[in-house]
Design a protein around this ligand. Structure first.
Ligand SMILES: Nc1ncnc2c1ncn2[C@@H]1O[C@H](COP(=O)(O)OP(=O)(O)O)[C@@H](O)[C@H]1O
Ligand SMILES: C[C@@](O)(CCOP(=O)(O)O)CC(=O)O
Ligand SMILES: [Mg+2]
Length: 334
């Protein structure tokens, strides 16, 4: 039997980092996906074929069914740890720790770009392997297992990424609980710096600063939570679209400033943010952990101009749409 599952990337509209400390956040699944094939192998081992993963310092190449890591083993093992933990967790849930499983991954999501590639690969792996082992799990349960994977690998995770990747759509999330927000097309442009940041390292860095100067960092996290609550209020209001976008844009700019204060922006991210605002975006901010990766801009009627400004500033604009669908079982071959 072979199973193919896929799971989407996401953007965090408001509240990254503060969400790790129990504050609310708002995120949406987007139409970039990670695909995972799962099948049994007779060796009783876990085998991972990560076909197109590009991480600086690591090259993975393939022959028929062997994987070669052109790097030290430690680094390769670390990079594949989300997938390995996802498989091990599902084998445990199914009480089939002995079962050999091979997974093969292809992905459209840039890695370490703040678009939740770690959550998508974990969720798609859990989806494919649980189906293979005959476990009946709901999307919500799969999101919770994805959260456990992120906790095991990163040491800290709010769970928002695996939740939105598993269930899809547009959500408000707080302390493990989510609420679907009304589906709406937002006129946004995502700008990719081309460099990556490790969520594990950035979350650890914020925690260290918080421990050193809690009297300064805690009020920033509190403010971020308040920005999210205000944004939710605006998203659910019946305000005129123009006013609504204008207010959301202002909140995005505040949220970016607060993220910058936490130290997770970079020169390039800020350049893309300011280029977008100068080209007419109502708001622009980092999305995801930062340290490189992506920003996004809200630009009703100005998406083309903002995309051009991002290109001129040295970034890559991406036109993305919100994905209603989360985890999908694409194919089951008996
Ligand atoms: N296609 C993939 N195959 C295997 N592992 C992946 C894949 N995509 C992402 N990952 C894992 O996720 C990590 C990146 O996660 P993270 O630092 O949270 O950034 P982000 O989730 O923003 O992309 C990679 O280093 C790797 O371990
Ligand atoms: C920084 C954080 O809020 C989001 C991280 O997203 P990403 O891995 O950068 O896509 C961490 C978390 O919510 O667990
Ligand atoms: Mg991640």
């Amino acid at each position: 039997m072979r199973v193919l599952a896929s799971a989407p990337a996401k953007i965090i509209l408001f509240g990254e980092h503060s969400v790790v400390y129990g504050k609310p956040a708002i995120a949406a699944a987007i139409n970039l996906r990670t695909y995972v094939w799962a099948e049994f192998n007779e060796k009783g081992a876990i085998k991972i074929e990560a076909k197109d993963i590009r991480v600086p310092g690591l090259t993975v190449s393939f022959s028929e069914d062997e994987i070669y890591f052109e790097s030290d083993y430690g680094k390769a093992a670390e990079v594949l740890s989300y997938v390995r933990q996802a498989i091990e967790l599902v084998r445990e849930e199914a009480d089939r720790r002995d079962r050999g499983i091979t997974v093969s991954i292809t992905s459209q999501i840039p890695v370490g770009a703040g678009l939740g590639s770690s959550a998508a690969v974990a969720v798609a792996t859990i989806g494919a392997v649980s189906k293979l082992l005959g476990l009946e799990l709901t999307r919500e349960e799969i999101g919770k297992l994805g959260h456990r994977v992120e906790l095991l690998v990163q040491g800290a995770s709010s769970g928002i990424d695996p939740t939105v990747s598993a269930i899809g759509g547009f959500i408000h999330y707080e302390k493990g609980k989510f609420e679907h927000l009304p589906f709406m097309e937002l006129p946004i442009v995502v700008g990719y710096t081309g460099s990556s940041g490790s969520t594990k390292e950035l979350v650890a860095m914020v925690r260290k600063t918080k421990e050193e100067i809690p009297e300064i960092i805690e009020p920033i996290l509190l403010s971020m939570g308040k920005v999210v609550e205000k944004a939710r209020e605006i998203l659910l209001s019946d305000l005129d679209e123009e006013v609504r976008f204008e207010r959301l844009g202002k909140l995005m700019n505040i949220n970016h400033g607060l993220l910058d204060a936490l130290g997770v922006s970079t020169k390039k991210l800020s350049e893309l943010v300011y280029a977008a605002r100068t080209a007419g975006a109502l708001g622009a901010k980092i999305t995801g952990a930062g340290g490189g990766g992506c920003m996004y801009a809200l630009a009703p009627g100005r998406q083309r101009e903002v995309a051009t400004a991002i290109t001129i500033a040295g970034g890559t604009p991406m036109i993305t749409e919100i994905s209603r669908e989360g985890l999908r079982i694409e194919e089951v071959i008996p």
